[in-house]
Ligand binder design. Structure first.
Ligand code: ZN
Length: 71
């Protein structure tokens, strides 16, 4: 289980959240102001939108493969 810091866009408070490695966390409640954060359009989870790291599936996707897949 990885951890990441999510910065709340409402109150600006950073908070540590557990990042599931096998699932995307689409909603996250800020412990500071209890705003229910939702992933931005186009983002698969709140870590991509508000976190300091991309979520594990995106991290893997961001690493170029040795053999690029033909489009
Ligand atoms: Zn907040």
């Amino acid at each position: 289980m990885a951890r990441d810091i999510i910065t709340c866009p409402e109150c600006g408070k950073p908070s540590e959240a557990e990042m599931p490695t096998d699932a995307c966390l689409y909603f996250y409640e800020c412990p500071g102001c209890h705003t229910r954060l939702k992933a931005l359009p186009g983002d698969c989870c709140v870590f991509c939108s508000y976190g300091t790291m991309l979520c594990p599936p995106r991290q893997e996707a961001a690493i170029p493969e040795a053999e690029p897949t033909p489009v």
